[in-house]
Design a protein around this ligand. Structure first.
Ligand SMILES: C[S@@+](CC[C@H](N)C(=O)[O-])C[C@H]1O[C@@H](n2cnc3c(N)ncnc32)[C@H](O)[C@@H]1O
Length: 400
């Protein structure tokens, strides 16, 4: 969105029109809507701007739920925004640390500030991009204790705050949004600045991508990987009183059954490697990223199938929110005909194909299978020792 679209959007006429639009459903409805709004005398630029917002609000529902209907977005801002349930975790850290006034340096559209303000904290939000800052001011306007400043985070005066949160931009503005910048000093603000700022106050937090190089984790930080269901969404670094005592690594899973967390004072020691057993567990990505897989294996009374493959195996079925569990019914060679025969003998026709530690494209491999059964099954293509194996399995209940 450029400055002139912003000017169009922030007019009473555009905001009224946006409020009164029917719920955005699909592109066909939109065509009819455009002609109706044009017939009613609204200018083409205004109609386009308002419908873009309606489209973004619908998409934003996945991150913000019903709050999306009272917010304004840019596409890039929405893609980078923290989803509200995760922002609530960030805000909770500052509240538990006893903070009263938190700076959100590079606030984007304001999702994290929104969560902080919802917990009654004062917020000083700073955003360098002018359009984004204006939209953040709109999104946060219901909170009297929030200020939004259009400016550079690296020049913010932090003397009045006791907490600092940073979510550095890790994409190149104006370029393909999926292309991440790789160098931590190219992030904006840079990681060096972010760590210094987070350490300069009583409680500091930095949100980074889940795949961030572990070498970049400072020794004095708690690193927490958060997954929403199976989707690992971030690694957070927590400093000062936002860091929990004796915890340096944690994996937090937010799922429909609640919040589940594994914590440890350091990377967990690896679990031993052993024979493939009756049950196989595929740990949640947050557990893998946090290097807590050894702890999970010990909890499950299991061991690894291979030192380099993130599957745990055990003789017992232990439902857990930290992994998906499978009962192995049969082990075969990695051969499509043999696997098809085995699946047929278990009446499995709807199969999920998983692979780890083996160079096979599951989508291509599926085309080679003949599926005749009527029940659900799972084929796990992996290695056991030096052998390539296919595990014919079924899911066991987990808690997520
Ligand atoms: C990943 S987004 C933040 C998203 C935000 N946490 C949310 O959930 O809505 C990073 C933001 O930092 C802003 N930014 C980058 N460098 C900045 C700087 N030096 N000062 C202020 N803002 C900056 C970018 O414009 C971008 O909007």
């Amino acid at each position: 969105m450029d400055a002139s679209e912003l000017t169009t959007l922030l007019t009473p006429e555009a905001l009224r029109l946006l409020r009164d639009l029917p719920p955005y459903e699909n592109e066909t409805d939109v065509l009819a809507l455009v002609s109706r709004l044009r017939k009613d005398g609204h200018a083409p630029g205004l109609v386009a701007t308002v419908l873009t917002q309606a489209r973004l609000r619908k998409r934003a529902g996945a991150k913000f739920g019903p709050f999306a209907n009272d917010m304004l977005f840019t596409q890039a801002g929405l893609e980078q925004a923290t989803r509200l349930e995760v922002a609530a975790q960030h805000a909770g850290r500052f509240a538990r640390a006893g903070c009263r006034h938190v700076a959100d340096l590079g606030c984007g559209l304001g999702a994290d500030s929104l969560a902080l303000a919802s917990l009654g904290l004062k917020v000083m939000a700073v955003e360098r991009d002018e359009v984004t800052a204006a939209l953040a001011a709109f999104n946060l306007s219901a909170f009297p204790d929030v200020t939004v400043t259009h400016g550079d985070a690296t020049e913010a005066d932090l003397t009045c705050v006791d907490g600092v949160f940073l979510d550095p931009a890790r994409r190149t503005p104006g370029h393909n949004n999926t292309k991440r910048q790789m160098n931590a000093d190219d992030w904006s603000p840079s990681l060096t600045f972010a760590v210094e700022a987070a350490r300069s106050v009583s409680a500091g937090g930095i949100k980074l991508g889940p795949g961030t190089d572990r070498e970049l984790i400072p020794d004095d930080a708690e690193a927490q990987w958060i997954a929403v269901g199976d989707d690992v969404v971030e690694m957070g670094l927590w400093f000062g009183s936002a860091k929990r005592e004796d915890i340096a690594r944690s994996a937090l899973i937010l799922s429909s059954s609640g919040h589940h967390e594994l914590v440890a004072p350091a990377d967990a020691p690896d679990a031993p490697v052993g024979e493939l057993a009756r049950f196989v567990y595929e740990p949640n990505g947050a557990v893998i990223r946090a290097h807590l897989i050894g702890d999970l294996a010990r909890r499950l009374g299991g061991h690894m199938i291979d030192a380099s493959i993130a599957y745990i195996t055990s003789e017992t079925a232990s439902p857990t929110p930290f992994a998906r569990g499978y009962e192995v019914l049969e082990t075969t060679t990695v051969d499509a005909k043999t696997i098809s025969r085995a699946l047929a003998s278990h009446d499995m026709g709807r199969v999920e194909i998983k692979k780890r530690g083996i160079d096979i494209d599951p989508a291509e491999f599926r085309k080679k299978l003949t599926l005749t059964g009527s029940s659900d099954g799972v084929v796990i293509l992996t290695r056991a020792g030096t052998r390539r194996v296919a595990l014919i399995a079924r899911r066991i209940e987990n808690l997520s």
